[in-house]
Ligand binder design. Sequence first.
Ligand SMILES: Cc1cc2nc3c(=O)[nH]c(=O)nc-3n(C[C@H](O)[C@H](O)[C@H](O)COP(=O)(O)OP(=O)(O)OC[C@H]3O[C@@H](n4cnc5c(N)ncnc54)[C@H](O)[C@@H]3O)c2cc1C
Ligand code: FES
Length: 360
Amino acid sequence: MATDSSLQTGAGMAVAPHAEAFDQLLCVDVHDETHDVKSFTFLSSDGKAFDFEAGQHLSLELEIDGLPESRCYSMSSSPARRKAITVTVKRTEGGRVSNWLHDNLVAGMTVKAMGPLGAFVRPATAPAKLALLSGGSGITPLMSIVRDIADSAQQAADVVFVHAARTPRDLVFRDELGVLANRLKGLRLILLPEQVTGEPSWPGLTGRLSKAFLSLAIPDLAERVIMCCGPAPFMQAVRSFSAELGSPAQNYYEESFDGAGVEEPPAEVLPQARAFKVEFAKQSRTIEVADGQTVLSSAKKAGIRLPSSCANGLCGTCKSKLVSGSVDMQHNGGIRQREVEAGFFLPCCSKPLSDLVIDR
Ligand SMILES: Cc1cc2nc3c(=O)[nH]c(=O)nc-3n(C[C@H](O)[C@H](O)[C@H](O)COP(=O)(O)OP(=O)(O)OC[C@H]3O[C@@H](n4cnc5c(N)ncnc54)[C@H](O)[C@@H]3O)c2cc1C
Ligand code: FES
């Protein structure tokens, strides 16, 4: 099995290798941010200080009903406050891990985590001017950046923060953002609910992010480094509107929570591809995966139930046991060498080299 781990993302930033620095985390606080979003704060169980960059995430390694599950969560806390770390999780309908966290994780419990991971951080050589754009729970890495700017008294920072959500009650960190915007001279905050259900006296604009909105809200967008995180359609809109408004592609960075937009081209564009048989043993399903396609993308198309998150070999969510066969795996740090040696692989970044049987 090829285990070469590429250290470069599409955005051209270095990816942190799969560090194990976080290990066991002791949950010390849980609180509601909105009706379906909770923040969980942890201390390191061995008393160590945390070292990460604003925008990075960790991978929670849980066992739920006897099955291993790992999911990524961005730190929402400031890296300048090193004694504790906070992740902020939205309850996903039907989701295994987010619902388990909301319903079961309480102060006093210990969970396993790996990290810090990821490269969605402020580019080291970036100009001070930033445009942060988040949709829904995509605010978490950007909140960490703003909290970091506040904590480290970066007075020269010039930040426009646009935070969009379905309704005002879905605006995560709304009150704290207001306080920060009053305190930080260089922070301009624009909250954009799509509808004002429950709060008809909303004082600002409402609706979906549009090109006209972006050009009015951030007239100097083309001069800013843009960092965007949110649902796929939100990021797609920001990406294309900012390009149309003259922002250079190299100034645009995004973080996907669901791996949208990073899958390889469909099989149709690979003429006369060979195909391998891939069996999902527990589901008693066998599919064909065309040469050059990843196991995950073909499984998804065939409606096979397979957990996934980054779809980029980074988070470890899709980690599965390979019972037989071999794959070409090009991961980005989402699996450790000893797991590979134990027969695990990441279907999102693995292309079959033979017929496969997978323990899923
Ligand atoms: C880098 C990164 C950072 C992230 N940061 C955050 C963060 O800060 N906060 C946050 O809330 N989330 C974050 N996420 C997302 C997070 O990792 C999880 O993906 C999210 O919490 C959902 O996980 P889950 O286990 O609850 O849902 P899953 O069990 O993975 O299910 C996801 C959805 O898919 C459906 N589903 C699953 N399989 C099938 C199937 N076969 N057919 C039909 N439907 C199916 C489920 O019903 C559910 O709606 C991040 C992701 C990444 C990659
Ligand atoms: S889905 Fe993230 S490593 Fe496969």
